[in-house]
Design a binder for this molecule. Structure first.
Ligand SMILES: Nc1ncnc2c1ncn2[C@@H]1O[C@H](COP(=O)(O)OP(=O)(O)OP(=O)(O)O)[C@@H](O)[C@H]1O
Length: 285
């Protein structure tokens, strides 16, 4: 982490400015600005390949953006995942990444490591400082298992949990680092409607406990029920951002998802043969 250079705007916890990510000739994310405020749940939606996960990876230090900056509480983040977690951003992954052969409790404890100060020697010698830290971590982990409804599973191996509970465990592990902002990448993928509703309630409870949430999801009902604001990415750029009502009513969003041309799209370009003419938002060549 570098020293703060800009005081945070009142209420703004995350501020991404002009984030661009290129992979060779492909621009996956183009100059995206996005803020998340304290106490907010913000949705990030867009068709497959729109750049949503790449944008998350830029926020969490997995990728170093080609251009742009990411600030958290006014501090520019170092693009290193462990420093981003330490700063207060935690995430889950589109493809579940648990330690399959560790128990539910052990997986949750792994998430605590950025919040414990005990070093390697203390852990090896199991001194009084280590034992106290271990007790505190275990108490906090148990609270999180209670919070996510996994208490009865504490000693089960992660790989033996049903899919929906594996997703919950990912959230419990992310919360163990005590984040100010939680990034969820498709938290309801593969869930049945009952599990999806439970996840919706869990995300609201996380927000109510003081952690802001930025969530990528393809389930529109989930997004529009839950989010204070929704941003739409199409072909790497932010098409629109607003309340659920504003976004749902926007013809360009409908076109981007359904591939239906809008009036603007049907107007012939000045130079139809010009390869630089951008394709319509719904075009996923
Ligand atoms: N590491 C990488 N190297 C090269 N191209 C990449 C890389 N990661 C992503 N891409 C490309 O960037 C574009 C955006 O991908 P990304 O996974 O961010 O989209 P997405 O909106 O999350 O899609 P989905 O909803 O399907 O998960 C895609 O064209 C993808 O193939």
């Amino acid at each position: 982490m570098t020293t703060p250079t800009t005081p945070p705007r009142a209420g703004t916890i995350l501020e991404a400015s002009g984030v661009t990510m290129r992979f060779g000739g492909l621009t996956a994310v183009r100059g995206v600005d996005l803020t998340v405020n304290t106490g907010e749940i913000v949705g990030l939606i867009g068709p497959n390949g729109a750049g949503k996960t790449t944008f998350f990876n830029c926020l969490t230090g997995l990728y170093v953006p080609t251009e742009g900056t990411v600030r958290f509480n006014g501090t520019r983040l170092s693009p290193k995942p462990h420093l981003v977690t330490q700063a207060g951003i935690a995430r889950t992954f589109q493809n579940i990444r648990l330690f399959a052969n560790m128990t539910v409790l052990e997986n949750t404890l792994v998430g605590r490591h950025t919040r414990t100060k005990e070093g390697l020697w203390s852990a090896l010698l199991r001194g009084p400082g280590f034992k106290k830290a271990e007790r505190t971590s275990e108490e906090r982990a148990m609270e999180l298992l209670e919070f996510t409804g996994l208490t009865a599973r504490r000693d089960h191996l992660a790989r033996n949990l049903p899919y929906g509970e594996q997703r919950k465990l990912e959230i419990a592990r992310a919360l163990a680092s005590e984040p100010g902002l939680l990034l969820l990448d498709e938290p309801t993928a593969g869930m049945n409607p009952h599990e999806t509703r439970a996840t919706q309630d869990l995300v609201l409870a996380i927000r109510d406990q003081g952690t802001a949430v930025l969530v990528i999801e393809h389930d529109m009902r989930f997004i529009f029920n839950l989010c204070d604001r929704v941003a739409v990415l199409v072909q790497g750029h932010k098409l629109i951002e607003g309340t659920a009502e504003t976004v749902q009513a926007d013809e360009r969003v409908i076109a981007a998802y359904l591939g239906t041309p809008t009036e603007e799209d049907t107007t012939p370009p000045a130079h139809p043969a010009d390869p630089a003419t951008p394709p319509p938002p719904g075009d996923r060549r």
